[in-house]
Design a protein around this ligand. Structure first.
Ligand SMILES: [Fe+2]
Length: 68
């Protein structure tokens, strides 16, 4: 159960970062700073990748163990 809670907390942080980087990418584009937007987009993509990995971990093993 503790592992599931830790993964959940990590995922909450990733979701927070995804919303922030998503906004920053949009604002950079609106300001015509595509140079900044592309760097921020890379970070946003990394955050989404980590989120998917955490989801995979949670669904794959931790929730099953927590339920038993
Ligand atoms: Fe992150």
């Amino acid at each position: 159960m503790l592992d599931a809670a830790l993964i959940n907390a990590a995922q909450a942080a990733e979701h927070y970062e995804i919303t922030r980087y998503g906004s920053l990418v949009a604002w950079a584009r609106q300001l015509g700073r595509n140079d900044c937007a592309s760097i921020l987009q890379k970070t946003l993509d990394e955050e989404k990748t980590v989120d998917k990995k955490l989801t995979s971990l949670a669904e794959g093993m931790v929730n099953l163990r927590a339920a038993s």
